[in-house]
Design a protein around this ligand. Structure first.
Ligand SMILES: *Cc1c(COP(=O)(O)O)cnc(C)c1O
Length: 376
């Protein structure tokens, strides 16, 4: 044969996920921890590799040791915990097990794009309840649509990526009371918001909480995340998961990191202080609106956002995330709260860009056009 049969029709409208990884000196596009693992943890990990890590053997499928550590820290049993190859894998497992053809997933855009991608690729019907203009949840539409359409899974990113918005706890409780659908509260930024739905798990067997090692814990490159849920839910998820998805090295690194998680507290506090500094600096910039955030990133709106994104990258080697083509996020960029130096570089660059912009706007020429003229 000289041809390939076409793939499933559901895939036709899907664009491959593009993480937009580009070369830049200052990388503030993916909400990672600006620092690598602390030296003590790297040393212990290196010792483990040399002493007894059998790369020739399959890893423990259920990550038993890490599972016990996470369960104990959250006052749960190991059967209430599922570890995955990043939170992304666990999200797909949830949609594989609770979604599928003839079933529906509800989310609250603008939000984390993987929810919609997972729904589409599994043939799950997607029900979207757009957020209000301040990115808070439209409670009336949410609860009304739960009653009318009875979705099978509801996913709430809390705080919401990319807006930084927190859902009121009372609204999430109303949601849990209104449905027996699986309600997944994505707490990928829990270490920054310090707010969790964990206390409501006992009363609500349909509540699932997602966390990750990729953001506060410096392990984005190794892929580890976990779910907290009722044991029967975990059992269903183990039916669809890839048995060996979390490799030995990642299990060891995540366990060491979780055991030593107190050492990350200083970095988390530094991030929260840097976020305040960043918000303060941005509040003084003309034509820029920064939205309050409970996470390690800040979403902001600025005229000609795509041109600003390009100037940050080309003139300052700073990479942020461009959301300006996402519905509801017109003219919005998202910047990760980096180290002190990174925040300073970003603020200095934005000062320069917004000052130039204002000057050129004054003469009736667009900022980008005037810079191009200056270059020519
Ligand atoms: C980063 C993130 C995740 C998971 O990331 P992983 O690296 O796959 O663990 C999940 N949800 C949200 C909202 C995120 O921002």
């Amino acid at each position: 044969m000289k041809r390939v049969r076409s793939s499933r029709p559901e895939l036709e409208g899907i664009a491959p996920y593009d993480a937009k990884q580009m070369r830049a000196e200052v990388r503030l596009a993916a909400n990672e921890n600006p620092h690598n693992l602390p030296g003590e943890i790297l040393d212990k990990l290196a010792d483990r590799v040399r002493q007894d890590m059998e790369f020739n053997r399959y890893p423990d499928p259920m990550c038993s040791y890490l599972r016990e550590l996470i369960a104990e820290a959250n006052g749960l049993e190991p059967g209430n915990v599922l570890v995955g190859n990043g939170g992304d894998e666990l999200l797909l497992d949830v949609v594989l097990a609770w979604g599928g053809p003839g079933r529906s997933l509800m989310d609250l855009p603008p939000t984390f794009s993987m929810y919609g991608i997972d729904a589409r690729m599994t043939g799950t019907h997607l029900i979207e309840i757009p957020r209000l203009s301040d990115f808070s949840i439209d409670a009336t539409a949410l609860l009304g649509t739960i009653a009318d359409r009875d979705p099978d899974v509801v996913i709430v990113s809390n705080p919401n990526n990319p807006t930084g918005t927190m859902a009121p706890e009372t609204l999430l409780i109303d949601l849990l009371n209104a449905t027996d659908a699986l309600v997944l509260v994505d707490e990928a930024y829990f270490e920054f918001s310090r707010q969790t739905m964990r206390p409501h798990m006992e009363r609500h067997p349909n509540l699932v909480i997602l966390r990750t090692f990729s953001k506060a814990f410096s392990l984005a490159g190794l892929r580890a995340g976990y779910l907290l849920a009722n044991a029967d839910v975990i059992t269903e998820l183990t039916k669809v998961r890839q048995p060996y998805s979390v490799n030995r090295f990642t299990q060891a690194a995540a366990a060491l990191t979780f055991r030593e998680r107190m050492v990350f507290e200083a970095g988390i506090s530094e991030t929260l202080r840097n976020r305040d500094r960043l918000m303060h600096a941005m509040s003084a910039m003309p034509q820029l609106e920064a939205f309050p955030s409970e996470a390690n990133f800040v979403l902001f709106r600025i005229p000609q956002a795509s041109a600003v994104w390009r100037d940050l990258l080309h003139d300052h080697s700073i990479l942020v995330r461009d959301f300006s083509r996402t519905p509801g996020l017109e003219d919005c960029l998202r910047v990760t709260v980096g180290s002190c130096e990174e925040v300073e570089r970003f603020v200095a660059a934005m000062d320069e860009i917004t000052t130039n912009k204002q000057a050129s706007d004054h003469f009736g020429v667009s900022a980008t056009a005037s810079r191009h003229m200056a270059r020519e």
